[in-house]
Design a protein around this ligand. Sequence first.
Ligand code: KIV
Ligand code: ZN
Length: 519
Amino acid sequence: MTESTQQERVLIFDTTLRDGEQSPGATMTHEEKLEIAQMLDEMGVDIIEAGFPIASEGDFEAVKEIAKRAENATICGLARANFKDIDRCWEAVQHARRPRIHTFIGTSPLHREIPGLSKDQMADLIHETVSHARNLCEDVQWSPMDATRTEWDYLRRVVEIAIKAGATTINIPDTVGYTAPRESAELIRRLIAEVPGAEDVIFATHCHNDLGMATANALAAVEGGARQIECTINGLGERAGNTALEEVVMALKVRNDIMPYTTNIDTTKIMNISRRVAQVSGFPVQYNKAIVGKNAFAHESGIHQDGMLKNKETFEIMRPEHVGLKETNLVLGKHSGRAALRAKLKDLGYELSDNQLKDVFVRFKALADRKKEVYDDDLIALMHDSATEAHHDRIQLNHLRVVCGTSGPQTAEMSLEIDGEDHSVTATGDGPVDATFNAVKALVPHDARLQLYQVHAVTEGTDAQATVSVRMEENGKIVTGQSADTDTVVASAKAYIQALNKLFVRREKGKPEDAAHSA
Ligand code: KIV
Ligand code: ZN
């Protein structure tokens, strides 16, 4: 028997598509959700929380489709403590090879006040709803929301009720990121020791990062006996986010000497999914973020570089390739051929069909014409642009010319193809981006409010591509757009247009109010 088979398994429950997608601005399209779910499934996530089916038609369809497609993972949907939510959730997840219903209710004094239920009334409701879920599905997870601020006696009582009613996993959420590691471990330890029937269920930990302790709290909960960690890619999630999948998985791997637990995650797939989630959510990864930040494996100072050259372990506790980072940043240029591009993209985790490669190669050549050296990050940005530029978009940018000068205003001359017809305008603004956005608005009048405009240089140098992120809001609905170009203004225009295209798709689908934001 190998060492790892002797070690206890910790299940990884990913909620990027539910708790993560629920964070304001992180909305993903249907296709993006399917793509992320497939990546999660392929990297070995045990349970994917695919969404909140009652929240909207879009959420329902996404969970249902993910359930149909998943090959390995259990597919879970979220439901509040009522029959309608639970039935809708079952309708969506029942298509999975391994379906799970996750039902929850806020049990802390503050949360009990909202529905105005007494302790006894809530206890009855928990029994009824968990029993109902269990009649539909063999795999039922129950969560007492705000567990870490729930009175101990009441928490113990409701956990026992949920187990008796048939819950197979009990998740203990630190909904507001309030707990601390010692407390997190102790809470799980006590529940397992004192609740009758606790030995028959799996205890899970779900931590938010409001005080920056989500990863530490989740790992401490494992020490206390939890065997399921709920987490998200890049720590995406409500407010300060959730426990980051990459952090707990790598911590268990690197510090296996003191935390002898295994997961099923193929860690070499971490970088790729991190990049993709950053792209589709519009939430860039902070440069110094653990494991997946741009600087996580960079060694800048002379002393560090010297040490690294002599022995990599001097300043590195894990190898970059263990998280899917390739050590080489081989530069491509305009003389690089299709084979070199294919090999490089494969290295970066993109397997392309011949037709896809043909399309990307044309874009690569256009980029290499403008930019002498094409780096890994340029290619990643290019791949993202290719993936998000949908050919059926209602609005496409045909032409943009901006005139700048030291004394404003700046002028943008623009033509857009809107529903197949050409429309042109000239607009002015306070700066080139403002003029460009005014031109778009003149051609596509709308009431959406620009919430965020962000520019990032993809690489160094004055010929670097800029990645522009735009977030817009209309009647509580939030959409994001992202684009990359060596011309910052062109990237800005494309990102803005992409966000508008998404807004129109949403309007057409008539997505109802997002009930997800009440979880
Ligand atoms: O943070 C939380 O309490 C949740 C529950 C719905 C599990 O996300
Ligand atoms: Zn949460």
